[in-house]
Ligand binder design. Structure first.
Ligand SMILES: [Zn+2]
Length: 268
């Protein structure tokens, strides 16, 4: 099933670390490079500990939701080959070692870069973000793939409240246009993927009832919508409910979608 919408042709997301400046090898497994996102001008530093694939049990819950979102075209790939959309789940047993950003565990599993086109993901397609620092635009990830280029935003959201256990980021032009400024919305003037955007996301949590609505749009990141919740199911339900309320998804289709992950996942 597809939402049948024309895809924007832009290069903003999830192209991953582009190895533009592979300038420093801390050891043979740790690579520090530059991450280009959002039109290729904004960078963040990605310390990639290329290790074994993420354990299968760590992605057992997230994969049915991710694959359902791909099935619904909330996660996918633009015609120019750039992937969009990502999903993450907090791992409460993974403490962040060096970040002073928060007192509670901030490690999370997130879909890897350049996975948007894949109908279903394997454990090797995920990364574990074990540390991050929005002020420095820096993160540390482990796994066979580098973490999504949008991982810092996920980290900022996890750091906002300990009860947030899962985050979904989708690109959908119609949904984005429908909810822009109707739900908490980041300022259009703030470039995506910058420390300013991290601060802007935190502002939404302070100034608006975002913890209740659990959805926000990014005016400066076209088509970009985030939902979150205490669980994957909550974050997913918020998204589907808004898709239904805005007419993006029909009532029967949303009812089917809300039976996910099991039904749609079994159809693929
Ligand atoms: Zn995005």
């Amino acid at each position: 099933m597809s939402n049948g919408l024309p895809m924007s042709d832009k290069s903003c997301v999830d192209e991953g670390c582009m190895d533009e400046q592979l300038d420093k090898h801390l050891d043979e497994h740790l690579i520090l490079d530059e991450h280009l996102i959002d039109e290729g001008y904004i960078k963040y530093r990605c310390e990639w500990l290329e290790e074994d694939a993420i354990a299968a049990e760590s992605v057992a819950q997230i994969t049915p939701y991710r694959d359902a979102l791909h099935h619904l075209n909330f996660i996918g790939e633009y015609p120019n080959g750039i992937g969009f959309g990502n999903i993450s789940q907090r791992l409460t047993h993974i403490p962040v070692q060096s970040s002073s950003f928060s007192a509670y565990p901030l490690g999370f599993i997130i879909t890897g870069t350049q996975t948007g086109h894949l109908p279903t993901l394997k454990p090797a397609d995920y990364a574990l973000v074990s540390d991050f620092d929005p002020a420095q635009n820096r993160l540390t990830c482990q796994g066979l793939r580098k973490a999504s280029s949008e991982s810092l935003t996920h980290g900022v959201i996890y750091a906002t409240h300990p009860a947030i256990g899962a985050i979904i980021h989708v690109h959908h032009p119609q949904l984005w246009q429908q909810i822009l400024y109707r739900v908490p919305t980041t300022e259009a003037s703030i470039p995506y993927g910058t420390p300013e955007m991290a601060a802007e996301t935190q502002r939404l949590f302070r100034d608006r009832s975002l913890l209740q609505s659990k959805i926000f749009a990014m005016a400066g990141h076209e088509d970009g919508v985030f939902t979150f919740g205490d669980s994957l199911q909550t974050a997913y339900r918020i998204l589907i409910n808004w898709a239904r309320m805005t007419g993006i998804m029909t009532e029967p289709a949303s009812s089917v979608a809300l039976q996910l992950p099991y039904q749609l996942a079994s159809c693929q």
